[in-house]
Design a protein. Sequence first.
Length: 88
Amino acid sequence: MTGYSFLALSGLKLAIQMANETGHTDLANNWQTEYDDYKQAFFKVLAQRADENKGYIPPALDGQNGGYDWGNLLAVVPSRPSMRTIRV
């Protein structure tokens, strides 16, 4: 599902930020590599599918028809909060 890929990227980005802010730069560097690889592969397929559909982002990128577009709203989510602003 397209939306799950956006969620995965968002989660990885926050994990990288948290690792950096807590001094785990080794983890942050490893996760940054994963993030960069996943983002490149995902956006390559996303661009292909959007081109095939006249700019429309389909709910599934594997060529299956159907699905729900609600997950695609994650493509336009505004910036994420900093871990410094989160209080427990």
